[in-house]
Design a protein around this ligand. Sequence first.
Ligand SMILES: [Zn+2]
Length: 412
Amino acid sequence: MSMVASHGPKLRCALCRFALLSAVALMVAGCGSETTPELAATRMPAPMVRVRLGPPRQEAVITVQGKCQVYDLASRRLLRSEDELSGALFTVRGEGLDLDGRPLGSPHVTIVAHAGGTILVDRQPYRGNIHVVAASGKVLLVNVLNVEDYVASVVGGELYRKWHIECHKAQAIAARTYALYQMAHRSAARAYDVTDSPASSQAYKGIESETEVTREAAAATRGIVLTYDAGGTAKLFEAFYHSTCGGRTVSAWDRWPKVPRIEPLSGIPCPYCTASPHHRWSLSMGSQLLARKLRSLDSKLKGMQDVVKVWVSDRHLTPDGRVRAVWITDDRGGSWQIASKAFKKCFPDATRFLSSRFSLTLEGGNVVVHGRGYGHAIGMCQWGAQGQATKGRRAEAILHFYYPGSRLARVY
Ligand SMILES: [Zn+2]
């Protein structure tokens, strides 16, 4: 699908976006060639990021408070001009979009609110414009907005409101770096750069998650990103982060083999996240109940009797410490290797396994899971960043700690 420029006053041209990103790449390279990165403020505009709002849906209800226009994305043609949109229903018919049951004559449009107007999707207010795209019979919504506004929202979606400003600033730089990296590396055919979900991208909730401190953190770090030295050229990298490492962050490439083996994503010991409620966690289940569940899960486990031993062998750990399989021995001397995924399924809510790094014990007839950390443990540990900030560390020092060998650069 081609995402091309439109005529409206607030519409941004997709080509301009790519031109800006090229400039970003050049400036990063320029910064990297200097001994000290140039971090002085600039007046360059921030690029626009495209954020997919939720998964594709059967229909979308959009409200615009104030005047708005609807443009075709490809032809730049004005399709509708409205004094307001109140609960407008977008659906797909054939290849095209319907608005309140009437064909719009286009498979992809952008909704532009006049200055001061706000666009609401699912009753949540968003800055910028909303692209509505017919995709395989469903409606895809994409929020297109200034990266700085996006960062101010993500920081609020990712951190607790009362956390330290230096932690907020570190998060703003990591979130901006991650977003700009995705913008520079996503295929041009895709209608978005990032999603609004922390599971696949970064937590983004539009205006709702912005606060004074998140806007301050974004403004204080405007245009600043993390880079690494790629043979004399400074390059952006995917600045992953997570809730709680539990004592050590791990290398990105052990989990995602395609990630380049670079120092900032190599993993380091972290003694700063002990205040996290997820630093250590545990789950337990009666061993008889567990055996019953395992027997019903897999016919190969039918013969399992009373559990007398549970353990995780080093052989079944991934290089970054995730458990691939657990072992169970019963009172008849039978031993079973059970895939971690199947083992987790026995517990009422598998999401309570906050990470895949755990050990097992048998205590008083219960199988106890002793877990460490929350999340993938790659890059910045958010609870650790907060721990360091409360000890007086600045955002720059926190980022250099979690992304060793990285350098800050201003890209606009
Ligand atoms: Zn940590």
